[in-house]
Design a protein around this ligand. Structure first.
Ligand code: SF4
Ligand code: SF4
Length: 66
């Protein structure tokens, strides 16, 4: 499982990138994305996804459905 950023909601504030322990978040062409392969949902590092915790926009970062 991994997280995904809803590009329609993201303001590109960058807060999520700095807290990710897996360095799974990066910006390309002004758009923040989460690498689904690298994202661990913060398991082993934190009790909850840190990107989700810090993102100021509701429903911007969500769980990627299979
Ligand atoms: S859930 Fe954790 S590992 Fe995955 S992108 Fe967010 S901060 Fe990074
Ligand atoms: S914290 Fe939320 S609004 Fe800010 S860059 Fe990350 S996904 Fe976008």
């Amino acid at each position: 499982m991994a997280m995904i950023i809803n590009g329609d909601e993201c303001t590109a504030c960058g807060d999520c990138e700095t807290v990710c322990p897996s360095h799974a978040i990066s910006i390309r062409s002004g758009v923040f994305r989460i690498d689904a392969v690298s994202c661990t949902e913060c398991e082993g590092d934190f009790d909850e996804p840190q990107c989700l915790s810090v993102c100021p926009i509701d429903y911007c970062i969500q769980f990627l459905e299979d």
